[in-house]
Write a protein that binds this ligand. Structure first.
Ligand SMILES: [Zn+2]
Length: 186
């Protein structure tokens, strides 16, 4: 005779079981018709929201003497607040002042997307993006500002819907006016 060993649960199955326990703790019957598929969906959805591809290597090109600010404004993103597992979403503005080499503009949008696909805090996401720009582009200055609505605030009635939090980091030869100046240009 030999014992039948049960295969260990996969990470996804453990996540699904945990969501079922969570729903039960809230007083819901997870065996009911309407909720039967929910734990699997929630586990799969959360997994997909934090799954991210590694960033491709950056191609830098000669700035050809341009030493003004380069700013990509209003990059839309959504992320998940690591305190409440609820979304926060908004726009990021990312800029830098090149030393002698520049990256393609789409690179900045990809970097925002990359750091948003994580359990995040707006403050840390702002710093993550600024650190990346500093490390990879070695600019003379960097600026990152994020405006975002946090559903963990607005859904619980802390602040009205639409209330946005602003975080910003400016380092080296880059100041708030470098981002705001771009606002006034049509
Ligand atoms: Zn939160």
């Amino acid at each position: 005779m030999h014992e039948v060993q049960e295969a260990p649960l996969t990470a996804h199955e453990r996540g699904e079981a945990a969501v079922a326990v969570l729903l039960e703790s809230l007083g819901y019957d997870v065996e009911s018709e309407r909720l039967r598929a929910t734990p699997a969906r929630v586990a799969a959805t959360l997994a997909s929201l934090v799954r991210r591809e590694p960033l491709p290597p950056v191609t830098l090109i000669d700035a050809e003497g341009y030493d003004g600010p380069i700013v990509l404004r209003d990059i839309p993103f959504h992320s998940l607040c690591e305190h409440h597992l609820l979304p926060f979403r908004g726009v990021a503005h990312v800029g830098y002042r090149p030393a002698d080499r520049v990256a393609g503009l789409s690179t900045l949008a990809r970097v925002v997307e990359y750091f948003a696909r994580d359990l995040q805090l707006q403050e840390r996401m702002t710093a993550d993006i600024a650190d990346w720009v500093e490390r990879e582009l070695e600019p003379r200055g960097v600026g990152v500002a994020i405006d975002a609505e946090h559903l963990c605030m607005s859904m619980r009635g802390v602040g009205t819907p639409g209330t946005r939090a602003r975080t910003e980091i400016f380092r080296g030869a880059f100041s708030r006016s470098d981002i705001e100046m771009q606002e006034r240009v049509p």
